[in-house]
Design a protein around this ligand. Structure first.
Ligand SMILES: NC(=O)c1ccc[n+]([C@@H]2O[C@H](COP(=O)([O-])OP(=O)(O)OC[C@H]3O[C@@H](n4cnc5c(N)ncnc54)[C@H](O)[C@@H]3O)[C@@H](O)[C@H]2O)c1
Length: 258
């Protein structure tokens, strides 16, 4: 129960990696705010967590809309008193080759995957800072864990918008860690490789891509969402109270493949 007594807000928690992170946080004792653009999957995930004996609040929240994030923060504080952990997980893929990508495709990927992380970090981060000012002696006043991709570290094909946004998340992680270290707010990042979710369905099932991508993974298999969640729990827990500004690649060694 490494997160006992903590409250975690997970964005994009209705499906895939976010749902696995929400479940892992609940198993470790956290009360979880299950925030997602889509109401029904958020509701389903929260219900499952409650049935398993946890406490969860489903919220419809678009990370590109500051008023919805502010409303979600208020609802979370009303339900659970405070937030200790923010997991910036919501993301979208809007693929196109560079030469055909439209400005709208570029903008959508950046709005969700990068600017959405900034909005949530700033709005929930202000809540952490207010707690830090009220209780300056506390060892940790908040944890932010960002979910990014190794596409942000080494590029990718057919998603320059996504790679640029995910590289930007690394910059947000290190900058927020440097600015907020003095408030004992830790900011870290998990960089995934290829995870079996809705987002990667085409890559994993289309014979033109499937083998090619799997061969780049040293461990020889795609990740399950549950392969990623423990890294997020580590950063969110007291085990990582002295860790900030770091990137942990959870990608089966795809980052070291030649
Ligand atoms: N699947 C992979 O291989 C992989 C690899 C690297 C990084 N990631 C990252 O992991 C995160 C989760 O992706 P996933 O694979 O679980 O995808 P997914 O599509 O299964 O789930 C993403 C969730 O985010 C929600 N979402 C989308 N836009 C949103 C918005 N504007 N506001 C709030 N919620 C929104 C969706 O409704 C969905 O429930 C993303 O940031 C993604 O970029 C995934």
């Amino acid at each position: 129960m490494r997160l006992a007594g903590k409250v975690a807000l997970v964005t994009g928690a209705g499906r895939g990696i976010g749902a696995a992170i929400a479940a892992a946080c609940a198993r470790e004792g956290a009360r979880v705010v299950v925030a997602d653009l889509d109401a029904a999957p958020a509701q389903d995930v929260a219900e499952a967590l409650c049935k398993a004996g946890g406490a969860a609040l489903p919220l419809t929240m678009d990370v590109t809309d500051r008023s919805q994030i502010e409303a979600a923060l208020d609802a979370a504080v009303a339900a659970f008193g405070h937030i200790d952990i923010l997991v910036n997980n919501a993301g979208v893929s809007v693929p196109a080759m560079i030469e055909t990508m439209t400005p709208a495709q570029w903008d959508t990927a950046l709005a969700v995957n990068l600017t959405g992380v900034f909005h949530c970090t700033q709005i929930v981060g202000r809540h952490f800072l207010a707690r830090a000012r009220a209780m300056p002696a506390v060892r940790c006043n908040g944890k932010i864990v960002n979910v990014t991709s190794i596409a942000g570290l080494r590029g990718t094909i057919g998603q320059i918008n996504y790679a640029a946004a995910k590289a930007g998340v690394l910059g947000i992680t290190m900058s927020a860690a440097r600015e907020w270290g003095r408030y004992a707010v830790n900011v870290n990042c998990v960089a995934c490789g290829l995870v079996e979710t809705r987002m990667t369905e085409t890559i994993r099932t289309d014979p033109r891509f499937a083998d090619q991508y799997r061969k780049q993974i040293v461990l020889g298999r795609y990740a399950a969402p549950d392969d990623v969640a423990p890294a997020v729990v580590f950063f969110a827990s007291a085990d990582a109270d002295y860790v900030t500004g770091q990137i942990l690649n959870v990608c089966g060694g795809a980052d070291i493949h030649v």
